[in-house]
Design a protein around this ligand. Structure first.
Ligand SMILES: Cc1ncc(COP(=O)(O)O)c(C=O)c1O
Length: 406
């Protein structure tokens, strides 16, 4: 047996622990109802103040912890638990599920580690799973792996409720809303109710919305899953993922999966992520407002088609989005007539980096067709709006469109 192979059952809630400012191992969600998003974000997961200790204790670098006698937790071996994760897990839980008693959060090395942990820990050979056919471009790889394990995978587009037609007999419904890169939105509450009526679990990829934009567990989902690599951390320098779940048995399987696969975040990444949460509301508010301004400017351009931003009142998803989202994200997608024109547009941008990913404080854009994985036309652009001054960014986008047309 490896070190702390029994780690799952070894935790002692509330016990003081190294690097947690005496907060103990707390991954249960603190009750923060009645508190505004900004207040919650700056305080999320912080331990009780301790004289001469920093507000947010620094990263704890430890492969193992001093552990005489019986190997009881909370901290035994570094693949099972780490005090820096404890604080981050508490913070993410406070944002994703404020006031939801019993919800539990686990952090992972990346969004894909978190996604895989839910799917591969919950599904068994012979089970049926419903995935989006227009979601993140690694999902087809996941699908192939699930099928290799004898799991039946059905797909449905994000918008339009087509999931309802393929839910019978399903064990798990996977939703990505808004979807990346098409920015379609589905009615999470309605789909969750339909799935639960058929005995299926529901997981929502909340990457694009962030917990300040949407709280899937409050909408009825069993799991909120996300890549923290994007706007949650927002600086383009950290890979991270998380799972928040309402059911302790299901989360015990997710935890076991993390332990088996070892898809754990480094303490430095976890600490950087926690540090970034303090500015989450400011970043998200700024980026969402500017994304709307950019979308409104793009709407006026004749060469732009297929413009999508859930915050635009005339976007096909707006009605549903407005019911379940409190902020509409920082990503705008649209089409230019040709691949060459899209490339010229990207070349002409000065304030927008030509890079993949999204959610960072520096705007990025890319022609998604270059990867070959998304069902999008060659001129399809995904633009992630950063924290630049809105007027500067809008001017840069309009100037680049002019340059591309020339
Ligand atoms: C919606 C969505 N989910 C999951 C992921 C995977 O996240 P990561 O790159 O952190 O593994 C991404 C990455 O772009 C994404 O866009």
């Amino acid at each position: 047996m490896s070190e702390s192979a029994t780690g799952d059952g070894n935790r002692t809630p509330g016990e003081a622990a190294p690097g947690t400012g005496g907060a103990g191992r707390v991954t249960r969600v603190a009750h923060a109802a009645g508190t505004g998003d900004g207040t919650r974000a700056v305080r999320a997961g912080l331990p009780e103040p301790v004289k001469y200790e920093p507000t947010l204790p620094g990263p704890v670098f430890a492969a193992h912890f001093h552990l005489p006698g019986d190997p009881t937790g909370p901290y035994t071996y570094g693949r099972d638990e780490n005090p820096t994760w404890t604080l981050l897990e508490r913070a993410v839980g406070e944002l994703e599920a404020p006031g939801l008693d019993g919800a539990e959060t686990l952090v992972f090395a990346s969004g894909m580690a978190a996604i895989s942990a839910v799917l591969f820990s919950q599904l068994r050979t012979g089970d049926v799973c419903v995935l989006p056919d227009d979601g993140y471009q690694a999902l087809p790889l996941v699908r192939a792996q699930l099928e290799a394990y004898g799991i039946e995978v059905r797909t449905a587009p994000t918008g339009g409720d087509a999931q309802l037609d393929v839910l019978d007999g399903a064990k798990l419904l996977w939703i990505e809303s808004p979807s990346n890169p098409g920015l379609d939105v589905c009615d999470i509450r309605r789909l969750a109710e339909a799935a639960h009526a058929r005995g299926a679990l529901v997981a929502v990829d909340n990457t694009l919305a962030t917990p300040l934009g949407q709280r899937p567990l409050e909408l009825g989902a069993d799991f909120a899953v996300a890549s923290g690599t994007k706007q949650l951390t927002g600086h383009g320098d950290v890979l991270l993922g998380y799972v928040v779940g309402r059911d302790s048995e299901a989360m015990a399987s997710v935890r076991r999966w993390r332990k088996i696969v070892g898809a754990i975040p480094g303490p430095m990444e976890a600490w950087l992520a926690h540090r970034s949460l303090a500015t989450l509301q400011m970043r998200v508010d700024r980026q969402c407002a500017t994304a709307l301004a950019v979308a409104e400017a793009l709407r006026e351009r004749p060469e732009v088609t297929g413009l999508r931003y859930p915050g635009l009142p005339d976007d096909p998803s707006h009605k549903v989005a407005a019911r379940q989202m409190r902020r509409f994200g920082c990503v705008v997608s649209f089409k230019l007539p040709t691949r060459a024109r899209a490339d010229r547009f990207l070349d002409a941008l000065r304030l927008v980096d030509d890079a993949t990913s999204f959610g960072g404080v520096r705007s990025t854009a890319e022609r998604r067709g270059r990867w070959g994985g998304d069902a999008v036309p060659e001129g399809f652009i995904r633009l992630s709006v950063g924290a630049e001054d809105p007027e500067d960014l809008v001017a840069d986008v309009l100037r680049a469109l002019d340059a591309a047309a020339a």
